[in-house]
Design a protein around this ligand. Structure first.
Ligand code: ZN
Ligand code: ZN
Length: 308
């Protein structure tokens, strides 16, 4: 099952001609999930030719303009589409008022249900059956949350042909093998579970963290992520400014990646003071702490494969 993330915008505060505001789309098989929707989200969706009409849920970190001003456009664009399933929008307090006011003032007539839920982190916000999305608290100048999308571990696959070949008849013995027990076959020989059941696969984890001061609890929440998209807004010489504005530096993002033992981390939500060339300095600083740090860029794509 494919899982991949598309960066629709990587900027913070203000859009730049070459950098849209923060937004990441996660595609997991047929499902699309949007994490924040700043200005320019729509443009990137169209340029990537993604089927935005099928977005199942939007997860909003907080209601600062650089994270939500792209949303009314997305709703407007997808107002009359062939769909019956509701579109869920999750976020901290005020998200409901923001969406409802936008719909009313902009006269949006949408032909499918839009369900807006205000959340109080930590909590599970979305249950997809074999995966779930959880929100956890961050610390910013207004209520802000981080998100993780985690798959449940998948049991190893049972091979019926192999069981028959090993002379274990169809029936209750198969159930025992599937539950990890050994059984005795028709010839009186022991057959072990691992002979007919493949290896269990651990589920994948995607984390999205932006607009916060550095908190050790972030590390615990994103631990073991296959991909962490994390704010790295400032270089270290702006540490005081970062603290005052309740944001993180590249080095703090890298510290989280290192301590949380993530497999991949890419920074997002850059201050508009840095042009694309300057980002190399942020990258170098971060890599001094965690060498595998990467930069996100608009319309960049990340595969999130299984571990094996
Ligand atoms: Zn922001
Ligand atoms: Zn903010």
């Amino acid at each position: 099952m494919n899982m991949e993330a598309f960066v629709l915008g990587c900027g913070g505060m203000q859009p730049l001609p070459y950098r849209h505001l923060t937004s990441v789309l996660l595609r997991r098989e047929g499902d699309l999930f949007l994490f924040d929707g700043g200005e320019g989200t729509q443009v990137s969706l169209k340029r990537l030719n993604l089927k935005w009409k099928k977005i199942s849920a939007i997860f909003v970190s907080h209601t600062h303009a650089d994270h939500v001003t792209g949303l009314p456009g997305i709703l407007m664009l997808s107002s009359q589409v062939d769909r019956k399933e509701p579109l869920y929008i999750f976020g901290p307090p005020k998200i409901k008022e923001y969406i409802e006011t936008s719909r009313r003032v902009l006269d949006m007539y949408i032909n499918y249900p839009i369900v807006v839920k205000e959340i109080e982190a930590p909590c599970v916000v979305y249950d997809g059956g074999d995966f779930y999305v959880r929100a956890f608290p961050l610390e910013h100048s207004k209520t802000c949350v981080g998100y993780t999308l985690e798959e449940l571990d998948r049991p190893g696959e049972f091979n019926p042909d192999k069981a028959l070949e090993l002379k274990v008849p169809r029936g209750p013995l198969w159930g025992k093998l599937q539950h990890g027990e050994s059984v005795i076959n028709e010839d009186g020989v022991e057959v072990k579970s691992e002979q007919v059941v493949g290896k269990a696969r651990s589920g994948r984890k995607f984390s999205f963290v932006t607009d916060t001061v550095y908190l050790p609890s972030i590390t615990d929440n994103v631990r073991g992520s296959d991909l962490l998209i994390c704010e790295g807004m400032f270089a270290q010489d702006c540490l005081d400014q970062a603290k005052e504005k309740k944001h993180m530096t590249a080095i703090q993002a890298a510290t989280i990646a290192r301590d949380a033992d993530v497999k991949r981390m890419a920074m997002i939500h850059y201050s508009p003071r840095y042009n694309d060339k300057d980002l190399k300095d942020l990258l170098e600083e971060a890599q001094s702490v965690w060498p595998k740090t990467e930069l996100t860029r608009d319309r960049m794509h990340f595969e999130i494969p299984y571990e094996d």
